[in-house]
Design a binder for this molecule. Structure first.
Ligand SMILES: *Cc1c(COP(=O)(O)O)cnc(C)c1O
Length: 376
């Protein structure tokens, strides 16, 4: 089965991991600092706080934002459930606003209509790698005294108006899962240019431990002393994985180029096919495409999906609207509330897209899609 996503690990990546394994530090060592500096450079200078997954990045980012019971987070339903779940775990109320019908990205006007005086965070997702109008969301959030969180699990390496993802939002979260644009096996990061948000993020990912003497309540306890002021967890990314990340970051520009070539080849092969829609784009964006979300019209998505799987093409669907999950349904969220997201979901199939996919494999997928859609 041709997978829909797959890591690209080369000899330099392997050597970097081996070197970290042989070093004095398996975790909390210099490879972590080096990876965080490298991410920071790639996103235009904001600080990067590495964590153990994209989900941990969201949990940490919402903690840094200080959300809790009574606060509202406005977000998109067309995402992996973690974008919403991590906010709910802090006790906040998740408010879903609808997406743009063409891109699947959170709609600025729908989000504006969902804002209240309890909104503390607007969380947009760069669906498929296409940045979700980051300057518009930053303005919207700030007009309401809220923070803009950009879930960039799909979009590290993407540019908007020539500027890198990670340079727009108050808090940007990244995922380094193997199918994403670069990998540390499991891993993620929170990016922020705000020193106070960074400090809170670093606290939450490390048990809330306070080590700086001038911030401690009982500094004279002894030289061993560290104290907890707010609860936190352990989301520390080990050096062994951070070393892989630094090596992968060197390849990010090449990954973006190859992902764009594959995306263009799918567009070329499928544009004229009746019964499907190829992905929409925006003139300001130069995406590092994570997904190729094809839309199959006329209620034929499931049929086409099953035929592609039977043909050995490992297609996926991204995503079931987050509030369709029983955990949200049980809280009273009802189907029908975001019609664009539901329509998008009902048509969507993600075709295989990863840097090592060959042109011949892309053409094989195109042929299989054409056969499945036309029935010939
Ligand atoms: C992958 C993903 C996450 C979670 O990242 P993990 O590293 O798998 O925990 C969050 N949000 C979106 C949009 C994702 O695609």
């Amino acid at each position: 089965m041709l997978p829909y996503g797959r890591q690209s690990v080369d000899d330099a990546d392997v050597e970097a991991v081996v070197a970290a394994l042989r070093s004095d530090w398996l975790t909390t060592g210099p490879a972590v600092d080096e990876f965080e500096r490298a991410i920071s450079t790639h996103v235009g200078g904001a600080a990067a706080v590495s964590v153990t997954s994209g989900t941990a990045a969201l949990h940490v980012a919402y903690a840094a934002a200080g959300i809790g019971a009574g606060d509202e987070v406005v977000t998109t339903p067309l995402t992996f459930v973690a974008t919403a779940a991590a906010a709910a775990l802090h006790g906040a109320t998740v408010v879903f606003a609808d997406v743009e019908a063409d891109t699947g990205n959170l709609d600025v006007e729908a989000a504006r209509a969902a804002m209240t005086d309890r909104t503390r965070v607007v969380a947009a997702v760069d669906y498929a790698g296409l940045p979700a109008s980051p300057d518009a969301f930053a303005s919207l959030a700030h007009e309401h005294g809220a923070l803009f969180l950009e879930d960039a699990a799909h979009s590290i390496g993407s540019l908007w108006d020539g500027r890198p993802v990670g340079s727009f939002a108050d808090l940007t979260t990244l995922s380094f899962f193997p199918t994403k644009n670069l990998t540390t096996a499991e891993g993620g990061a929170v990016v922020t240019a705000d020193a106070a948000l960074e400090r809170r993020a670093r606290g939450f990912k490390n048990h809330g431990l306070v080590r700086e003497r001038d911030r401690q309540r009982f500094p004279d306890e002894g030289p061993w002393h560290q104290e907890v002021h707010e609860f936190g967890l352990n989301y520390r990314l080990p050096d062994v994985l951070a070393a892989l990340g630094t090596s992968q970051l060197r390849r990010l520009a090449a990954f973006r180029t190859r992902r764009a070539e594959i995306h263009a080849r799918y567009d070329e092969g499928l544009r004229d096919l009746e019964g499907v829609l190829t992905p929409a784009r925006r003139a300001q964006a130069e995406p590092a495409w994570h997904l190729y979300p094809l839309r199959v019209l006329d209620g034929r998505r499931r049929d086409v999906f099953e035929q592609l799987r039977a043909d050995g093409i490992g297609v996926q669907v991204n995503y079931i609207p987050a509030y369709w999950h029983p955990v949200f349904a049980d809280l009273g969220y009802r189907r029908g509330m975001c019609p664009n997201a539901e329509a998008y979901y009902e048509q969507e199939i993600s075709l295989p897209l990863f840097p090592d996919l060959t042109d011949a494999q892309v053409d094989q997928v195109v042929d299989a899609v054409r056969r499945a859609v036309t029935g010939r």
